[in-house]
Ligand binder design. Structure first.
Ligand code: GLC
Length: 443
């Protein structure tokens, strides 16, 4: 009996050890992603030609499949400048980019061996448009993410065609489904061999189960090529991080790895008719909210069918670039900020937790309020501008270790046009008062 228990506890400690090694490995693998903070998503494909919903426009019946496909001849890429794209992405302050290699409708942007439905063999572009972009991305030292849709609604061996018409059920025609599996996994192999991306951004997994997609096998296959490859959460349960879409999480997500993907207007792909753009101010505000909660923002652009990027989108990226460059130290390599009770706005912390960054919208009536901070403040300065700021502490009494409320004076001349950031240098790791408070506290 004793021996048995001894044996069991050895096994348990091995399992624990393995778990610890696994989580350390994951931490190492995810580090660049965690530090990156900003990525640019690119939706470019057939839908960019007429400016209609990517793939969904025919799936939902707003246009026939036949008419949707007519856009293929219009996909010219004649003003496509992949090097300029990569430069602009870098200039915005993004550290990675994710491009749609193939959306749900199945049109591939690279010279895939599987079928003719790609930019080389069927579009007027007559070129592989993915490869030059990948090269430019590498040259700019950005991390490369490839979006790949698991569903391929145009393919005759895929199950789903439109919302009201399904070609077949997997259990009725397993060999047909197997043919499709070979195709999609073959394409992924192509992408992994050609480009060896740092990240795969899967989409559309909701149409089948993990077993049907053979998700674990796909993960292994991609990891064989690159052990450190990162997968988003849309390959059923095989993902490394969560992808809330459009809606900025209101409460801090429990998964330490997450990325908000968001459009600049209300469309993923280019839509001439959609001029409902967020302002640069709003985008920066949302980005700061993402930072305070320890996530990444994957901000989408939708180039036109000719490869040019709409002016409004360029302007937002440039505006973002001005702000990210100026506030570099408060963004990259920082960690999530402090609870909102202490400061009514976004915050981040340096990795050593000795500098607290406060993100201030507008002039805050000339005064920024910090509550329940136990540390002494060594210095406060305006990030990217340099002025040192004065502060006053009120409500501190000698018989309590309640830290008092700190008021930081914020003169108008230091304000940033979008969002001002203050660095608060502390005398040690950030230390917050979270106690109830009582009449007499013992020291
Ligand atoms: C959704 C949509 C897709 C879009 C994607 C981006 O999953 O299916 O059209 O590309 O979100 O996150």
């Amino acid at each position: 009996m004793r021996k048995w228990i001894f044996g069991l506890s050895i096994l348990a400690s091995f399992a624990l050890q393995a778990q610890i090694t696994d989580s350390t490995k994951k931490k190492e693998k995810m580090q660049w992603f965690k530090d990156a903070k900003l990525g640019v998503f690119i939706h470019w494909g057939l839908y960019s030609v007429d400016g209609i919903d990517e793939s969904w426009s025919f799936f939902n019946g707003y246009i026939s499949h036949e008419d949707y496909l007519k856009q293929t001849s219009g996909f010219s890429a004649k003003n496509y400048q992949p090097k300029e794209w990569a430069k602009l992405i870098k200039e915005a302050g993004a550290k990675y980019t994710v491009i749609t290699s193939k959306h749900h409708e199945g049109f591939a942007l690279w010279d895939s061996k599987f079928g003719d439905f790609n930019s080389v063999k069927s579009a007027s572009a007559k070129q592989d448009v993915l490869t030059p972009f990948v090269e430019a991305v590498r040259k700019e030292n950005l991390k490369l993410g490839i979006y790949y849709s698991l569903p391929d609604w145009s393919h005759s061996d895929y199950t789903h065609f439109t919302r009201d018409s399904i070609r077949y059920k997997v259990q009725d025609e397993p060999s047909r489904w197997n043919k499709f599996l070979k195709l999609y996994q073959g394409q992924l192999k192509e992408l992994s061999e050609k480009y060896n991306p740092d990240l795969y951004w899967f989409d559309g997994d909701w149409e089948h189960s993990s077993e049907e997609w053979e998700a674990p096998k796909v993960r292994n296959m991609l990891q064989e090529k690159n052990l450190d490859v990162i997968l988003n959460s849309r390959l059923k349960n095989e993902g490394d991080y969560d992808t809330p879409e459009q809606g900025m999480p209101i409460t801090r997500p429990s998964n330490p790895y997450w990325e908000l993907c968001m459009t600049m207007n209300n469309s993923w792909g280019y839509q001439k008719n959609d001029s409902d753009y967020k302002t640069t101010d709003q985008v920066i505000g949302i980005f700061a909210d993402v930072l305070t909660n320890g996530g990444n923002l994957l901000l989408d652009i939708g180039p036109k069918g000719d490869g040019s990027i709409p002016q409004e989108q360029v302007a937002i990226l440039k505006g973002l670039g001005r702000w990210t460059q100026k506030h570099n130290e408060a963004i990259y390599g920082t960690i999530a900020g402090i609870p909102k009770e202490h400061f009514y706005g976004p915050t981040t912390l340096s990795k050593d937790k000795k500098t607290l960054y406060l993100f201030v919208k507008g002039d805050s009536n000339g005064e920024v309020v910090l509550r329940g901070l136990k540390n002494n403040i060594n210095r406060i300065y305006v990030v990217g501008q340099g002025s040192k700021l004065n502060h006053q502490e009120v409500g501190k009494v000698y018989w309590s270790h309640y830290p008092g409320i700190k008021y930081i004076k914020l003169p108008k001349h230091v304000l940033d046009e979008n969002m001002t950031v203050l660095a608060v240098m502390l005398d040690g790791e950030v230390d917050l008062y979270r106690e109830k408070g009582s009449v007499i506290e013992s020291n």
